[in-house]
Design a protein around this ligand. Sequence first.
Ligand SMILES: [Cu+2]
Length: 165
Amino acid sequence: MKNIVSKTALVALTLIPNLVLAHDYKIGDLTINHPWTRATAPKASSAAGYLSVTNTGKTDDVLTAATMDGAGHTMLHQTQIEGGVAKMNHLENGITIPAGGTVKLEPGSYHIMAMQLKDGYKAGQSISGTLTFKNAGTVPVSFKVDALGAQSPKAEEEAEHHGHH
Ligand SMILES: [Cu+2]
């Protein structure tokens, strides 16, 4: 009996952060988890969008395009460290989501690059956008705006790098 009680308490505790932070979307065999971006610094003209995609299907899919409200232009990028310098590559062929796999768009790796921002993003906002997959089609999503520098030790380095777009 004692065991059951403590187990229940543990479940309740682990659910609370999920209720607050997580939001997900489904289209076909894909589940898109927690799209987010960061508040932008004053005069910043670009931001990066992050999320994860899980493919429970039997065929690969490809994230071919994405949009984020407030951006004049978006691209799919990959940050790569070359000779100690962070570089961003434009992924013209999109990002493959392998059958049975999960791909994370996260700081220092794949991201949606939102450029030509009109007013920037403020913490607490939700930014509407879309994700387009080769097979599954287009799904509307909402990007939660976290504080400037949130959730990533690389935030500063990336923000600086993005400023050169
Ligand atoms: Cu980028």
